[in-house]
Design a protein around this ligand. Sequence first.
Ligand SMILES: [Zn+2]
Length: 412
Amino acid sequence: MFDQGNFGGAGTSVIDGAVSDARDALTHMHELGLSGLDPAELEAFAVAALELSERATALTAKVAAHADRTQVARRRSGRAIGIGTHLAALTGCPTVDVNGPKNLGRWLDDFPTLADAWSHGRITEAHLRELRKAHNGRIHLDMFRAQDLFIEHANTLDFTGFLSALAYWLLHVDPDGDPPSERNRSYGVKFSKLPNGDVKLAGVFDPIVGEALQTAVEHELKKVIDRDKQENDGDIEKLRSFCQNTLVALTNLVTRGFRRESGEFPIPLVNIVMSETVAEDLLNRGFDGDHDPFTLPLDAEDVDGRCETIRGTPIHPRHALAPLLIGRLRRQIFKPKDQTFSKDTRLFNWDMRNALLVLSRGRCTSFGCDTPFMWLVADHVHPSSLGGLTELDNGEIRCGIENSGKGNTPGL
Ligand SMILES: [Zn+2]
């Protein structure tokens, strides 16, 4: 799998050159330290350092290209395509081919020159993926004709340069681009829930809005990373990954935007619904050695067996513990039928709305309706204008639009 000879041929001279440059630069630095700072020498040193960094970039690219070619590493990043994995292969560690060029499907079949260049290591999969993303029916022929150009770019430009060249090439061959309306439709953001309750966020932004968002996140990210380092005293084991920190930065920005000037949030952002049975079980687990760790008192069908967000997303009681400890606790009792919270009011108050949301699991009660949670309102089943009482039994969760259309027609 790993072709040592090939790597030697492609990279040894570069490695040797870079190492010898580094040694020279260090010696030079040492001499400078001894002789004091002379402007001419300082300039020479700067030139040497610049050359060194250029050699290092070239070396990185060579290793990355080789790692890609030998299929020991697959990562869609221009800067360092799995160099760690590459080194793992050098030391005989097992590697997994997670994302072979086969993932490009049959697309590459249409571009034999690119396919050939890939198999000979003259273009990396990262380059191909970018071309695949840029490809559409309108520019198919142009892309076919430009295969050699792309290979040349891949060899002469660094990855960022390659991306710029590709973007400019696209402007030339497809000056109109997609019609604005067609393009606008492809932008959007979607939240979806995975079976285990994790929330997935997927989105595509137009270049300007996207860059604005990215800049804002990067600005916050720097602070988040600094704080992470401070809090963990630089302990690499404990530091969050770059992606985790990016998520923290994004979350910070979003929650900050939601916060009032006083620092308070107008409404709790997360409501966790935990029944007393579940809460008691959770607390007992810490102290009671006999507790069966695998039998949770959870029951989706029973209000008393719930542990979920107010939207109805089940959560493991252990995960709910931390937010419960720092959040505010509120006891919610589902009263017997004949009792009302307040007979006088025509509107459901906050507590009643929450109770109804718990009962409806944060969804509009009309079948198949997926109106966003925050738009839902508590409404009377039997209208209050016709004598319907403002009590839990006469309440239901509806989306605002249906609600306004419903008027005073009972039972609809
Ligand atoms: Zn609805």
